[in-house]
Design a protein. Structure first.
Length: 102
């Protein structure tokens, strides 16, 4: 048995009142990426080079999609042209996303 909706227009997702409140709260919870001092950027770059050449595991705190995220991995490749890192878990992180490294 099939039902024919005829010419009834579908409501867009955002027009549902209960969902609109939830979506607005999600948008408000996003974190703004902090600006780093030049000294901090230089410190991060130095640690990246040291970890890459020593083949050490690094703990990177980075900014992605309005959130801070943490990852532990080895640096497989550093691309200076693209300004990105390829990590051992196939994650690619831009240099500009990195907040801290240990």
């Amino acid at each position: 048995m099939s039902f024919d909706r005829g010419f009834i227009k579908w409501q867009p997702f955002n027009s549902l009142i209960s969902n609109k409140v939830v979506l607005n709260n999600i948008k408000k919870d996003k974190i703004i990426k902090p600006d780093l001092f030049p000294e901090k950027i230089e410190q991060i770059n130095q640690k990246l080079y040291e970890a890459f050449y020593a083949k050490d595991k690094v703990h990177i705190k980075f900014y992605e999609a309005g959130e801070f995220r943490d990852i532990e991995a080895y640096i497989v490749r550093m691309s200076l042209n693209d300004k990105t890192l390829l990590l051992s878990n196939n994650k690619i992180i831009a240099f500009s996303q990195i907040i801290n490294i240990n």
